[in-house]
Design a protein around this ligand. Sequence first.
Ligand code: PMV
Length: 333
Amino acid sequence: MKWATVEAPANIALVKYWGARDLERAIPHHPSISITLRACNSTTTVEHDPEGSADEIWLATGAGELVVPPESFRKRAVAHLQRIREWAGAAGALRAATRNSFPMSAGMASSASGFAALTVAGAAALGLERGPAELSSLARSSGSGSAARSVMGGYVEWPSDPDDEACAAVQLAPARHWDLRNVIAVVHGGAKKISSLDGHVLAETSPHYARRREILPDRLQAVRDAIAARSLGSLGPIVEEDAIELHLVAMSSTPPIFYWAPATLTVLATVRELRERGILAYSTMDAGPNVHVICEPEGEDAVAETLAALEGVETVIRDGVGDGPRLLEESLL
Ligand code: PMV
């Protein structure tokens, strides 16, 4: 029986993916750009039994136990195992176990790292040595589009080409190009979670979505330029603007989606105050209430300490730019 274990990181988008022209294949309406993280990751073992007949997916606990995952996750993961097997032209069954380095209960998006890890481990268990572009397309086909960016390290762009191959993510710069930090303020949520998949469907019902798409080509170019120049002063304001715009589109969809919690606004205001104190730090948020604060190493302690002291902030996670997925020697199964 062949097996492989892969640790794959989450990523945080600087220009967000929001809205798909083909949701099933996760073909986005427009390109997005992200930073691949290093501390927030998923570790997944996939085992290939050539004689087996039923695929399995388990959640691995810290104590080394395997537990049954929530049904919605189980369905999506098993469908992806089937896709990986078909793509490889293999027979038999795949058995997988996965765990996250960050608490799922903290409301952190884990689908990008989870599906990137499942994809890369699945391909390795089936003995396929494929390049990152092909793995990116395969990860994207899980339906969790942002997983397409997590198979690569550093600064990553995911284009919006309807052709499968051309829609693979590309690395703009490796992690060592620029040591940016991401301090994550995990805030108390409470509000019902609406998945990003629902958000992608509703995006076009917002009157602001068409305008967003008009603005994006220039914004994407400005972000590529700021990364190339390692200029947080140029990058930060655009990153904040893009995140606010994603939430503007979500809040003005029909029906509207509100991801923010009261503490989200507290963190946003505090980050503006940090800048007034001369600390270069900028906020961004995904489809949830948590705030990711992008800063440079010299500002990280001040950002983390200030955010940890705020009411409504449950935990602060310190993360940075990472090198992408890596193979591990241990098995979770
Ligand atoms: O990959 P999905 O379908 O979970 O969508 C991700 C959406 C955002 O996290 C809000 C933005 C992004 O580009 O990561």
